[in-house]
Write a protein that binds this ligand. Structure first.
Ligand code: FAD
Length: 294
C-alpha cells in the first residue's frame, strides 16, 4: 500500500519547524528517520496532511559534553549514537543498547529523538533514558522546557510532548568511575522488537555499596517502565548482597499490566523479563567490578 497524499515540508531551522507545527496543528506530524512513521502511513494506520521533516536540521544533529551531562540532538541517528566515542566513554549504556535496535538499515535512518518520541514500550533507548534518569528537552514556539524521562512516557505510544512541541535533545548523566551498566533482551529473531528486556545502571560509593540503581524495563507494560521494587531493595547493599535471580523476581513483582499477544502470554513475558533483568544485572555488576579494578 501507499500512504494517502500529504504535503512534505523541510524547514531550515527548529524555529521554523515549531512555527509550522503551531500553524498546522493536529493536521501535522514531525518526520524524523521515518522508520516507524512511514510504515504506519504506508499501511494507512494513520494519516497527516503535513509532514515536517526535521531529520536534516544540523541544530538537532550534535553530541556535546556539557558539564556532567552528554546532550544528544534529537535527529542523531542510532548508528552515530552507537559509534560515538564520547558516548562510549560517558554513557556506555547507550553504546551497549544500540546494536539491539532493529537492523543496520533501521539504525542508519532511525533517530534517538524519534525512538523516544515514538515511545514504543519495547524501545531500548526509552528504557535507557529511564534507567539513567535522562532529561528530555521539548521546544515549541513558547520556548524550551525540560521533562524528566520518568515523567515522559504517559501511555501506549503516548508522551508528555504537546502536539506543537518537538523533542529537540536528550541529556544523559555522565557515568562516574564507580559505575556499571548492562542490557539484555530476548527477541525471537535478531532485529525484531524485544519480547522483554532490561537496561541497568548502578553506581557505587567508596565502600563499594550501591548508591544509585536504575532498572529500565522494556516490553513489560504499555510504556517503558522502571523496576522500582528491585531498585529500592539494592540501595545501600554491596554487589552480591542480593542474587541476580532475586533482583529479577523483585523487578517484576509489582507489574500488573504485562501485555499478552501473539509473541507470548503475560506469564511467559514475566518469566522472560525476570531472566533479562538478572542477565542485565550480572553484566552491570561485572562491569562495575572491572571498572573498580582497572
Ligand atoms: C523492522 C523494524 C524493527 C525495529 N526494531 C526496533 C527495535 O528493536 N527497537 C527500537 O527501539 N526501535 C525499533 N524500530 C523503530 C526504529 O528504532 C525507529 O527508528 C524509531 O522508533 C523511530 O525513530 P525515527 O527517527 O525513525 O522516527 P519517525 O518514524 O520519523 O517518527 C516516529 C514518531 O515519533 C515522532 N517524532 C520523531 N522525532 C520526533 C521529535 N524529534 N520530536 C517530536 N516527535 C518526533 C514522529 O512524529 C512519529 O510520531 C524498528 C523499526 C523497524 C521498521
Amino acid at each position: 500500500m501507499k500512504p494517502a497524499p500529504f504535503a512534505y515540508h523541510r524547514p531550515a531551522t527548529v524555529t521554523e519547524a515549531v512555527s509550522m507545527l503551531g500553524e498546522y496543528g493536529e493536521d501535522a506530524k514531525v518526520l524524523a528517520g521515518g522508520q516507524s512513521l512511514v510504515p504506519m502511513l504506508a499501511m494507512r494506520l494513520t494519516h497527516f496532511d503535513n509532514l515536517i521533516d526535521i531529520s536534516r536540521l544540523s541544530e538537532l544533529n550534535d553530541i556535546t559534553l556539557q558539564g556532567n551531562e552528554v546532550r544528544i540532538g534529537a535527529a542523531t541517528p542510532h548508528a552515530l549514537v552507537g559509534l560515538d566515542d564520547e558516548i562510549a566513554d560517558s554513557v556506555p549504556l547507550l553504546t551497549l543498547a544500540t546494536p539491539h535496535i532493529g537492523h543496520f538499515q533501521i539504525r542508519s535512518r532511525g533517530t534517538l529523538g524519534g525512538a523516544i518520541a515514538h515511545a514504543d514500550p519495547a524501545a531500548e533507548y526509552a528504557a535507557v533514558a529511564l534507567a539513567l534518569d535522562a532529561t528530555i528537552e521539548a521546544t515549541s514556539s513558547r520556548g524550551t522546557r525540560e521533562i524528566p524521562a520518568t515523567e515522559f512516557f504517559t501511555g501506549l505510544w503516548e508522551t508528555a510532548l504537546a502536539s506543537d512541541e518537538i523533542l529537540t535533545a536528550v541529556r544523559f548523566p555522565v557515568a562516574t568511575g564507580r559505575s556499571g551498566f548492562g542490557i539484555a533482551e530476548f527477541a525471537r529473531r535478531h532485529g525484531d522488537f524485544a519480547i522483554a528486556g532490561a537496561a541497568v545502571g548502578i553506581e557505587l560509593d567508596e565502600d563499594d555499596r550501591i548508591t544509585r540503581c536504575g532498572i529500565g524495563l522494556l516490553g513489560l507494560g504499555s510504556t517503558p517502565l522502571r523496576a522500582t521494587p528491585a531498585e529500592e531493595a539494592v540501595i545501600g547493599t554491596p554487589i552480591g548482597g542480593l542474587s541476580a535471580e532475586e533482583i529479577g523476581k523483585l523487578a517484576l513483582s509489582e507489574l500488573t499490566d504485562i501485555p499478552a499477544d501473539l509473541q507470548g502470554s503475560a506469564s511467559y513475558r514475566a518469566r522472560v523479563g525476570a531472566a533479562m533483568v538478572s542477565r542485565a544485572w550480572t553484566q552491570a555488576t561485572t562491569h562495575a567490578e572491572e571498572a573498580l579494578n582497572a
